[in-house]
Design a protein around this ligand. Sequence first.
Ligand SMILES: *Cc1c(COP(=O)(O)O)cnc(C)c1O
Length: 411
Amino acid sequence: MGAITKYYTDMTLQLDSQVVHAGRSDFSELGVHAPPIDLSSTYPIHDLSSATRALDGFVEGKQDPKNPIYARLYNPTVGRFEEAMSALELTESAVAFSSGMAALTACLLAARPVGQHVVAIRPLYGGSDHLISSDLLGMEVTWTDQDHVYEAIRKDTSLVILETPGNPTLSLIDIPYVVEQAGRVPVLVDSTFATPINQQPAEMGATMVLHSGTKYLGGHGDVVAGVVATSETWARKLRQVRVATGAILHPLAAFLLHRGLATLSVRIEKAQSTARILAQKIKEHPLVDRVYFPGFRECDPRELVGSQMRGPGCMIALELKGGHNVAASVMQHVKLMTPAVSLGSTDTLIQHPAGLTHRVMDPETRESTGISESMLRISVGLENPDDLWADLEHAFETSSHTSAWQAEPVH
Ligand SMILES: *Cc1c(COP(=O)(O)O)cnc(C)c1O
């Protein structure tokens, strides 16, 4: 069979072409059009001495696709998704994990030899906040804001951690500004809300770019995953942790993620344009106290949308007049939107951060981070904007006429 030339490998592709083609460099050699799913848990060893050498490499975080040996060490379906992610994030490598939290855990453990102290900027996803604040990994954390990172850094600081846009308030952090203050300390950016379509933090000096793949990368609400795009030096440390702790990504999940990537750009474009429409309508409704959407000038004081970010994203947070019970009522009265945690799915999701995604934080810290009892967070999906607004407006009307309007928050 004659070799099929992949012309695009010599070309500089735009992002919306990259998402379709990245991670497919071995397809013509394999003679396939869709990524094969390799479910092997172990692999035949034909040459013991080369397998032994490969194993020594795996323990040091190196890769050897020709000698996979065992599925906790290497899997080609996962490898293709990682190759795609490194292409999209403009990094040398990417390392995939069984969840976003497994990915964050690996980053903390990989950085830890320098010291147990980390500097972090709130808000973070509630689970990330909890992992860093609790004693589970024996970390010590200094919480700060983007203007005081430099002051927070100590000799034993191993990592600076931030999320932009932040979950759930969508606050934006100036990545180069933080990187500059961090100096020698590696900066981890959780870019889950932005996706590589809207933001490529490694270009701005971030050492590690983390995604909960569960969200936009998978994009269809049917896979749990995490991935870190980074330099090969850091990728080796992360793979060492992954080999040792076992938080690997399942090949079926990797297939779904890789498939999801192909439509990432069109999904973000569509959901983002709907989010703009919806955010404006929400803002004008009398039941609404405040709307958080990076596309609004007042939510982006450093003017990062258009510079650091290509677009405002597809997430909206809002605060309702009437507190917890009105927010709860709105969430329970939508019919088209799905009342559920998570984000980045094809359907629109609505949830109550204080009661759900950020429940694990202590109540005072949560309040002071701006996550109030009257807040709802919406992950805008791919439905028609008129249908979504009709649904939400109806839930607003219904909720403004319930006794909940008068009620006090329930803790
Ligand atoms: C969901 C989420 C995580 C955790 O990811 P899982 O895949 O649920 O483990 C981390 N960061 C952000 C911003 C998230 O939204």
